[in-house]
Design a protein. Structure first.
Length: 204
């Protein structure tokens, strides 16, 4: 899927379609990362989300210029290795965050590896259960790195405006906003399932 540019009446602006497909299995004991996704080797924007009721709530927003497979595999490895946050899967299924392990990357936690190794088996099982709940949505996009980061940041900012939509979304993960020197672009967002907080159009 290539970048779709629509030229509106204002020649100084453009509209970009970001079409997500999914939900896809992230990984499990029998299937590799994104095994059921035909776009796994593509690049673009991706989301991970958990279905709560009739809609999905975002747990992570990312972008990649390599492949969805490589980026999500890295995400899985970093989580299972203790670098990323691990939450209680039962609370997650209800749309609530209960942090069991806050990761090694956050300030003040870099030296807590012994603690992670001590509690590792239980945390590993919790992380594995969370990955069974989480699904991936990918949007193949032929765009430069900076544009991907702008889209990623704009979606994160929008999701954080909605308390319910962001109930599973970490508040302290930083994203890069559009710079004041950059011309705003409107993106049209297409999703196959209802994803809370994600509008049909967004300025990035």
């Amino acid at each position: 899927m290539k970048r779709a540019l629509h030229k509106p009446s204002n020649p100084a602006s453009e509209e970009l379609t970001v079409a997500f497909n999914g939900p896809h299995i992230i990984c499990n004991e029998t299937k590799d990362v994104l095994a059921d996704c035909v776009h796994r080797k593509g690049a673009g924007i991706f989301l991970t989300a958990v279905q709560v009721g009739d809609a999905y709530r975002i747990t992570h927003i990312g972008q990649t210029g390599t492949s969805f497979y490589a980026r999500l595999k890295e995400h899985v490895i970093q989580t299972l290795g203790g670098n990323f946050r691990i939450c209680d899967p039962q609370a997650m299924a209800r749309g609530e965050i209960k942090v069991l392990w806050d990761g090694l990357w956050r300030p003040g936690r870099h030296a807590k590896l012994p603690e992670y190794l001590r509690d590792g088996p239980a945390l590993f099982e919790a992380a594995r259960a969370c990955f069974k709940l989480e699904k991936a949505f990918v949007a193949p996009l032929d765009a430069e790195d900076r544009m991907r980061r702008r889209i990623e940041g704009a979606i994160a900012k929008q999701i954080r405006k909605d308390k319910v939509a962001s109930s599973l979304f970490p508040p302290d993960v930083r994203y890069l906003p559009r710079l004041s020197t950059e011309t705003a672009i409107t993106i049209r967002i297409v999703t196959p399932k209802k994803i809370l907080g994600l509008p049909e159009q967004l300025e990035v």
